[in-house]
Design a protein around this ligand. Structure first.
Ligand SMILES: [Zn+2]
Ligand SMILES: [Zn+2]
Length: 341
């Protein structure tokens, strides 16, 4: 079968690889659609593991099922989460599923950007979801990113009446914008350096948009919040500058959610004195567990999050290199999807 093998962001090759064999409690899925995530574009994160097959936002059809598989049958349409927690370790029993050791070890084989992939038993058991008839494969690929955003809001204890500031209006920044309203935010302020993304954020429910190249974000947030600052700031942009901007617009006693990592070796200077007296909470949120993927599916299914409108570009599996180039360089792109027709 064919798979898109990642050597570097500029070097992705379509290669022939063996079709993975499956165990008696596993299934083989034919990929139909797979999203490209911001983390797929972070070479520092992937370099040590390259060459590898990326793609952790896949949806497809079960084409083979092991003899002991009972919950699923051949022909079913499924979304598969690439990570699955063990549910019994210390982290899991404390609700920190994405920190579970098994969560990191489990992954689909070889990856979503291939004609087919194997779903390990734990992923099948814990976090493989049947796609309702009304949803397309393309829409189902958004279950994972929407799940990540739901987890960020749940961890941050967003409250009804909050003013939320979102720094970075890529796909997940826009999903946060939409979700902020479901979680009860009454004002959502979105900041990005790209005007196209701000227009999209407006379309998806942002009350105020700011391009810091032309406007002072801090001044706008102060003006919109009677000088208080945002109750919750979500930083989706992977940079120190974005986090600093987030801290500057967060109110005393507010929360700032770190939704993306910065490069290794980058540090942020914080004064414990200021942190202490401001009581600002810093809350990182990594990935999604099986709980949020289920909520994400419900929200997508009921059209609460119109994910179809987030997809701006589609490519064939053979053109995965072009898909990466678009996701990296095209300023008028949001979600880029690879299709295996
Ligand atoms: Zn992702
Ligand atoms: Zn665990």
């Amino acid at each position: 079968m064919k798979a898109a093998v990642y050597y570097s962001p500029q070097d992705i090759r379509l290669e022939e690889v063996p079709v993975p064999g499956i165990g008696e409690d596993e299934v083989l899925v034919e990929m139909k659609a797979c999203g490209i995530c911001g983390s797929d574009l972070m070479d520092w994160y992937l370099k040590s593991r390259a060459p590898l097959v990326l793609g952790h936002e896949p949806a497809g059809i079960i084409v083979k099922a092991g003899s002991k598989v009972e919950e699923f049958i051949v022909g079913e349409r499924v979304f598969v989460h690439h990570h699955a927690a063990c549910l019994t370790c210390h982290y899991c029993t404390h609700g920190d599923y994405t920190l579970c050791e098994q969560f990191h070890k489990t992954h689909i084989d070889p990856g979503g950007l291939a004609e087919c992939f194997r779903v390990p038993a734990q992923n099948l058991k814990i976090d493989t979801l049947k796609i309702p008839e009304t949803l397309s494969f393309e829409e189902a690929t958004l279950i994972e990113p929407v799940g990540c955003c739901i987890r960020a809001f749940r961890k941050s204890n967003i409250e009804a009446g909050d003013t939320v500031a979102v720094i970075g209006a890529g796909t997940t920044g826009i999903i946060h914008t939409v979700l902020s309203k479901f979680f009860g935010a009454t004002k959502t302020i979105v900041s990005d350096l790209i005007d196209y993304r701000l227009q999209m954020a407006k379309k998806f429910g942002a009350d105020v948009t700011v391009n810091p190249e032309n406007e002072d974000l801090e001044a706008v947030v102060k003006l919109e919040t009677d000088g208080i600052g945002a109750d919750l700031v979500v930083v989706t942009a992977p940079s120190i500058e974005a986090i600093k901007a987030g801290l500057n617009v967060c109110r005393k006693g507010g929360k700032i959610c770190l939704f993306a990592p910065t490069r290794p070796g980058k540090y942020l200077q914080i004064s414990p004195k200021e942190l202490f007296f401001s009581e600002i909470q810093i809350i990182p949120s990594y990935s999604t567990s099986h709980l949020e993927t289920r909520t994400a599916l419900e929200l997508i299914k009921s059209d609460r999050v119109k994910v179809k409108e987030l997809v701006t570009h589609r490519f064939k599996l053979a053109d995965t290199a072009k898909a990466f180039k678009t996701a990296l360089e095209n300023r008028e792109s949001l979600k880029v999807i690879v299709l295996n027709a």
